[in-house]
Design a protein around this ligand. Structure first.
Ligand SMILES: [Fe+2]
Length: 365
């Protein structure tokens, strides 16, 4: 690790980091029309603090508009996770039935500190998240926000060995997710801090949940977790607090966040659209860009269309066979699977995107 380069980056980061939440605000015309200067202001905020809060003059919003808005910032590759709609955008509201009912984000309960997709495999890191508020709750539903790079700096300032502990490949394990029909997702084990091999940017996987997380049982990991909790809980620390209003949204490079509990007006339930992407906003070189190279070669990002796979493999006759073919795909480069068509087999399940993403994440293994 290049210590002088890190110190230069750290000092510049702290100097430019916003002091107040209103420094994150950018006013835009609407999700469907973002002019160049607003786009540049949002990217600039994301470079300073990995997040921006945009405020729409025109409140029109649907899931397609969230996707087209996100595309302005290079966000194209959606994480098709378990509870998401077919188009890759989730609708967060308190529900009482269906598959979503078992998950806290789809309830009115509080959510503890986490980064999105902390249970994803390394190959499916969530780089960016757009969270758009369509309707606010009657009360509650406030978010606390912290840039993962600031968390990293605080931990490293306190004790550089905290970083070593959080970079350990077995630092944090999320046990398998099972339901009555069997395993939905296998156990996932990995570090808290890692770097995106494409560009060297810092990635953080974290959940403060007491249950269902297995931490590496050593004193340093325990001390690092305790110190992070202290930073996150500081009343006058670097954490921002904000309650998104209708027509506002948070666009971020998957910053640490939590949510307070809320209560709904039954006639006007709180509704947020959420889109998670494998891409990041406003990538720029940092002290660690050198790690983006593997054997002297920069990894390429390649788009692979599902339709191409289906066309190239006429022998595939079932969703099961397609899943197996996708599991066999491997490459030295970074491949993004693009769901341009729905695979129309008799056994295609409702959550087909998520199943294929998961198989793709297993690629080459
Ligand atoms: Fe979240």
């Amino acid at each position: 690790m290049d210590e002088p380069a890190y110190q230069r980056w750290r000092d510049a980061k702290l100097k430019s980091y916003p002091q107040r939440v209103d420094e994150l605000f950018v006013d835009i015309d609407g999700l469907d029309h973002v002019d160049e200067s607003s786009t540049a202001a949002i990217v600039a905020n994301c470079r300073r603090s990995n997040m921006a809060i945009y405020r729409c003059r025109d409140h029109f919003a649907d899931r397609a508009a969230v996707k087209s808005f996100s595309a302005n910032f290079g966000l194209h590759h959606l994480d098709h996770h378990l509870c998401v709609n077919d188009d890759g955008v989730s609708e967060l509201s308190a529900v009482s039935g269906g598959i979503r009912a078992g998950y806290v984000p789809y309830s009115n309960r509080s959510l503890s500190w986490h980064t999105d997709g902390y249970y994803n495999e390394e190959s499916r890191r969530v780089g960016a998240v757009v969270l758009h508020c369509v309707r606010n709750a009657e009360s509650g539903g406030e978010n606390a926000l912290l840039d993962a790079e600031i968390a990293y700096i605080r931990l490293r300032d306190e004790n550089p060995r905290f970083i070593t502990a959080f970079e350990h490949p077995e630092c944090m394990t999320i046990p398998a997710n099972n339901d009555a029909n069997g395993e939905i997702r296998p156990a996932v084990c990995g570090p808290v801090f890692s770097r995106d091999p494409r560009n060297g940017t810092l990635h953080m996987r974290y959940s403060a949940r007491g249950k269902n997380i297995q931490w590496r049982a050593d004193d340093l990991t325990r001390a690092a977790r305790d110190y992070l909790k202290e930073v996150l809980d500081q009343a006058t620390g670097p954490v921002f607090h904000y309650r998104l209003q209708a027509g506002e949204g948070l666009i971020s490079n998957n910053v640490l966040h939590n949510r307070t509990a809320f209560s709904d007006d039954p006639a006007q339930k709180r509704l947020l659209f959420r889109a998670r992407f494998f891409d990041r906003i406003g990538i720029q070189a940092n002290w660690n860009t050198a790690t983006a190279r593997t054997e002297g070669r920069t990894l390429k990002a390649i788009d692979l269309k599902l339709s191409d796979i289906i066309i190239q493999h006429p022998e595939i006759n079932s969703f099961g066979e397609l899943t197996a073919a996708i599991r066999n795909i491997s490459s030295d480069d970074m491949i993004f699977l693009n769901f341009d068509v729905k695979p129309d087999y008799r056994d295609t399940p409702r959550n087909w995107e998520w199943k294929l993403e998961t198989a793709f994440g297993d690629g080459g293994r």
